[in-house]
Design a protein around this ligand. Sequence first.
Ligand code: GDP
Ligand code: IMO
Ligand code: MG
Length: 427
Amino acid sequence: MNCCIAGLQWGDEGKGKVVDILAEQSDCVVRYNGGANAGHTVIIGDQRFALHLLPSGAVRPGCRCVIANGVVVDPAVLMEEIRGLQERGISLQGRLFISENAHVVLDYHKLEDRLREEALGKNKIGTTARGIGPCYADKVGRSYAVRMADFRRPEELKEKLRKIISYKNKLFSTLYNAPPLDADAVFEKCMSWRAAVLPCITNTTQLLFEAIDKRQSILFEGAQGSLLDLDHGTFPYVTSSNASPLGLGPGCGIPARYVDRFIGVAKAYSTRVGGGPFPTEQNNEIGQYIREKGHEYGTTTGRPRRCGWFDAVAVSYTVRLGGITEAAMMHLDTLAGLEEVKICRAYRIDGREITFFPGDSRDLETAECVYETMEGWKEDLSEMKHYSDLPASARRYVETVEKHIGIPITMLGVGPQRSQVIYRKPL
Ligand code: GDP
Ligand code: IMO
Ligand code: MG
């Protein structure tokens, strides 16, 4: 059974937790998009793991971890993450595989990300400053790109970095008046990672073909959320990869027909970090209540997340976009204590009511939300184990969302722990 997990909103939906749960019955977990901009939290007892580059299956000892070609790899973050797990008794030895075709994030990408955002001022995207956009731009541009396979050929890499950094220095000094970078220093850093990364570098597409032939169970872990998809999200306030399940094929070489289940993860409300339209945003005491109760602060950057009501127009769209077959709704516990809860069922734009997601996201800036308002619940859900334990109003809320998004909600999160999930059907 192969399964893909993807975010249905603007990221941070709780994918890490769902991947961790499903990884127990998976032979390997594959990251296929994004890079260290992701922050996936796994909480096991009193241990909290925040994974940025490693697939969340890393915390499950026998699970193979694949970083496929669609990921942009920052070796500095990777080394740090491997070391962090090692210190907690979890070894990646022999079970981490990195695509030779994955592109490498280097210091000049992170510098460019920061310089560009600073120059944009109030029009900035609000990136994670992890060098993601500049690295993917180099990938598409082709002439100045470094891939993991380049670690195998140090002499060529040295020459390549000289050429790239000479180009970047001209660019950065002209555009941003930035001091020059030293190509040899960047090369030396690469050499310091080389011994550790070399044994992991491989043809991950072939590895996955073989896993499919052996009928092993593969779990694909999407990063970010479908509304941040470069082509189908709220452009330009998106990330630079295909963050919906549409990114799966190009990101790892495995077409969707080999995937049996597409599980979309959504929160019981909405959050967003960084800039961009957010029709259901509650920039008021409701948003604040959700932020504090749900600990809505970024896993990667620590930034406070913007919070708002569940947007069924947006999620219906991402369900279709991703071929999603079932949903996992996280943070139902966080909504407890609100008098009433709301679901956005349509937008009103220029006086017209629409139930589809606009293609030009500038239209979202002026969208007024048409809400279905429901009674809230006061009970603490965090210890509840069965759907029937939930208060009637919480069940009504879940079933109303289900009706709007058109697919079953099979898992409900009632707390951050692995165990705090209500299953409405067996895994
Ligand atoms: P990801 O990027 O999709 O993996 O999500 P993040 O890890 O960035 O953010 C989700 C946050 O919500 C983490 O702090 C999780 O520990 C937490 N979380 C996940 N599911 C639940 C839930 O059902 N209830 C509560 N209260 N917290 C949850
Ligand atoms: P996970 O996998 C939430 C957002 C950034 C910014 C935009 C572009 O943890 O769900 P980038 O650094 O990618 O160029 O930033 O995308 N963003 C995320 N928001 N969760 C994420 O990942 C995100 N990754 C990027 O905040 O608005
Ligand atoms: Mg996150």
